[in-house]
Design a protein around this ligand. Structure first.
Ligand SMILES: Nc1ncnc2c1ncn2[C@@H]1O[C@H](COP(=O)(O)OP(=O)(O)OP(=O)(O)O)[C@@H](O)[C@H]1O
Ligand SMILES: [Mg+2]
Length: 309
């Protein structure tokens, strides 16, 4: 449904060429959430902008439903809803309702038909009492929620979200995650999301696009990526009466310590490769092990370990 072929974008800074995106070929299917991750400057925003016609590729193609978006098939953009990172996706001098009206008209939609849809989103994001407040007087998170609502009004098949949870409180971030899963899984749409919150990407996405310096390092199932690259870790819960148990060798794992009466309770995450050594030390110190639990590393841990800067 959405495909890129050798998609590339070069910027010029004086005579210096910056390769923001380099020969990226990806195939996105509907019904799935794709998480795009990578360091600052990896090319995530550039990819999103190229997918929604905001910058022209230097070369390469974007196909929406098998039709090429460039050089000028911009009517295809009616299939897309997008939120761009940090930019003003909505008008700050208008109220949320006026924004809904403006963007409905811009997209040739009937405001009367769109209003109930918008109101159901306002309810999800608990914005009902701000409908007539100028956007400039809303909090950062409220502005972001309104931008999300506006991007959904025309019921697009493809939703592109560049850092959508920036500024959202935990409750709103949770509602947003539920909504995104619903859009992909129940409504069978395609969602592409970028974020530096790797725990969110891991929870939300089916597929991972890992970018580094404009190139794709990994494209595929997020679960496979984490399982293949991860080192098993063990969560130890233990108790000891001896302060010396928690020497430098143990403190380097940043254990969570709690002193109750004369006893110290600790929870420690140990990589598999260090387990023998740590257990030997603990047994020597007369520690009581309460529990050992095996866990896979998280996407964040794999990313920090594997992805070169
Ligand atoms: N308009 C522009 N002119 C010149 N260079 C640009 C422009 N936009 C982006 N770049 C460069 O392209 C590269 C990729 O930038 P991009 O914004 O896509 O990164 P990103 O992965 O979104 O980073 P971040 O995580 O910081 O948002 C960077 O080196 C950036 O400096
Ligand atoms: Mg960006």
């Amino acid at each position: 449904m959405l495909e890129t072929k050798n998609l590339s974008k070069h910027y010029y800074n004086g005579y210096r060429q910056i390769i923001a995106l380099d020969k990226v070929s990806l195939n996105f299917e509907k019904g799935k959430v794709y998480g795009v991750v990578g360091h600052n400057g990896a090319g995530k925003t550039t990819l999103i902008k190229l997918l929604c016609g905001l910058v022209f590729p230097t070369y390469g193609f974007v196909y929406i439903n098998k039709k090429s978006l460039y050089p000028k098939n911009f009517e295809l953009l009616s299939n897309i809803g997008a939120i761009l990172e940090g930019s003003r996706n909505i008008f700050w001098n208008l109220t949320p309702l006026q924004n809904v009206k403006y963007f409905s008209m811009l997209r040739g939609l009937s405001y009367k038909n769109i209003l109930p849809v918008a109101k159901s989103y306002f309810e999800i994001f608990e914005l009902e009492d701000k409908l007539n407040t100028p956007v400039r007087n809303l909090s950062q998170g409220m502005k972001q929620k309104l931008a999300i609502i506006v991007s959904l009004l025309h019921n697009p098949e493809i939703l592109l979200l560049d850092e959508p949870t920036l500024g959202l409180d935990p409750n709103s971030s949770y509602s947003m995650q539920k909504l995104i899963r619903d859009i992909a899984v129940t409504q069978k749409k395609l969602v592409i999301i970028t974020s530096h919150q790797l725990n969110l990407i891991e929870k939300l996405s089916d597929e991972l696009v890992l970018l580094s310096k404009g190139s794709v390092c990994y494209f595929g199932s997020i679960k496979n990526f984490v399982t293949k690259k991860s080192e098993q870790v063990y969560i130890l819960t233990l108790t000891s009466r001896d302060d010396k148990t928690f020497n430098k060798e143990i403190l380097k794992y940043k254990p969570k310590l709690e002193r109750i009466g004369g006893e110290i309770f600790a929870t420690i995450r140990i990589p598999e490769s260090d387990l023998d050594q740590v257990l030997t030390h603990l047994v020597y110190r007369n520690t009581k092990i309460l529990n050992i639990e095996k866990q896979n590393s998280s996407l964040e841990e794999v990313f920090l370990k594997e992805v070169a800067k």
